[in-house]
Design a protein around this ligand. Structure first.
Ligand SMILES: [Zn+2]
Length: 340
């Protein structure tokens, strides 16, 4: 460790359970953060400041004004520019700690790319907003023996749990199946930024222990808090279920899953289309659509306003169509303006 690093992280090194050895391990560590919303942007900011050597941010979305109330890394300029969250995030991380190596991955985590995007990692942090992606992370983490930290927050309620493959219950031990039916989301039930910070901070605390090699300090527990009702519950999860499909029987159906829908509802009056499996050149598309309506583009995404809809197209061929939850409408707009 250089004298500059020793000074920069001095207050963390002074904390005895970490010390200089723990800090050295953080400096050599690599983490992957999936989803850079309220939880993910807090995790990324905190881990960069703590000196984690390499941070990968995977996110499929772009910054919007309604994110700023709780998504700590972003500002109004990012929303005005419609920057992908992963790109905006790594810019902010570099400004807070230039010695951290960062990678922005603007993509949807899918069974086809999950192992490539999530590995290698000392720990994977859940910043997603959906169970489909969490079960995919769980499959990769259990299959490859990588710790991950589940987290979720909505309204004033938050939940988090560290998952240490081989040492504690996995997500599928606790809930063998993803919850069925519509779940409350930040877009339907709202969220207080304080609970997102609380869950994100808890996840960061567990990540620091794991990355610094202090696994004995990680007590696997499902922690549930409500900052409005002033409740806190914590349930031990040290025992895994031998019948669990993932960690017991090692059947990774979410990772092998062929059945993943090519169109998903994003929850906030928008539909994501990811049917197109080939990259898209945004330059010519910008010219074509510019003749039909307002277009705002940056190297990472193109936004086309076709009132009452708004379509954001990414270079990987994905599009998020805002203003509808009707898959047929979204698909026809995509076909009309982007092509099949
Ligand atoms: Zn399990």
């Amino acid at each position: 460790m250089s004298p500059v690093e020793r000074e920069k992280y001095s207050r963390q090194i002074l904390f005895p359970p970490l010390g200089e050895t723990g800090q050295e391990m953080l400096l050599r560590a690599r983490v992957v953060i999936v989803g850079c919303g309220a939880l993910g942007s807090f995790q990324a900011a905190a881990l960069a400041r703590a000196g984690v050597g390499e941070i990968v941010v995977v996110d499929r979305d772009y910054v919007e004004p309604s994110n700023l109330q709780r998504q700590w890394l972003f500002d109004e300029a990012d929303a005005a520019e419609g920057l992908p969250k992963a790109v905006a995030a790594v810019r902010k991380l570099a400004a807070s700690n230039a010695s951290v190596r960062t990678h922005a991955v603007v993509a949807d985590l899918t069974p086809g790319n999950a192992e490539e995007l999530l590995l290698p990692a000392g720990v994977i942090l859940d910043g997603t907003d959906n169970f489909e992606t969490r079960y995919l992370i769980n499959d990769v983490a259990v299959k490859r023996g990588v710790p991950w930290i589940y987290g979720a927050a909505v309204g004033s309620h938050g939940v988090t749990m560290p998952i240490l493959p081989g040492r504690s219950a996995c997500l599928a031990c606790i809930w063998p199946q993803p919850p069925s039916g519509a779940q409350p989301t930040c877009d339907t039930a709202g969220i207080l930024n304080a609970v997102a910070a609380l869950v994100g901070a808890w996840q960061v605390g567990e990540a620091l222990k794991i990355l610094a090699g202090r696994l004995e300090a990680v007590e696997p527990r499902l922690v549930s808090v409500d900052i409005w009702k002033n409740t806190f519950r914590s349930i031990g999860t040290s025992r895994s279920d031998p019948q669990c499909a993932a960690c017991g029987r090692r059947q990774f159906s979410h990772l092998e899953g062929e059945g993943r829908p090519r169109i998903t509802l994003c929850g906030r009056n928008s539909v994501q289309i990811h049917e197109r499996a080939r990259p898209l050149d945004l330059g010519p598309l910008r010219e074509t659509l510019g003749r039909l309506g307002e277009v705002r583009a940056n190297p990472y995404a193109l936004r086309f306003f076709c009132s009452p809809f708004e379509m954001t197209v990414f270079p990987d061929g994905r599009a998020i169509i805002k203003g509808t939850t009707d898959i047929g409408v979204a698909r026809s707009l995509y076909a009309r303006y982007v092509g099949c």
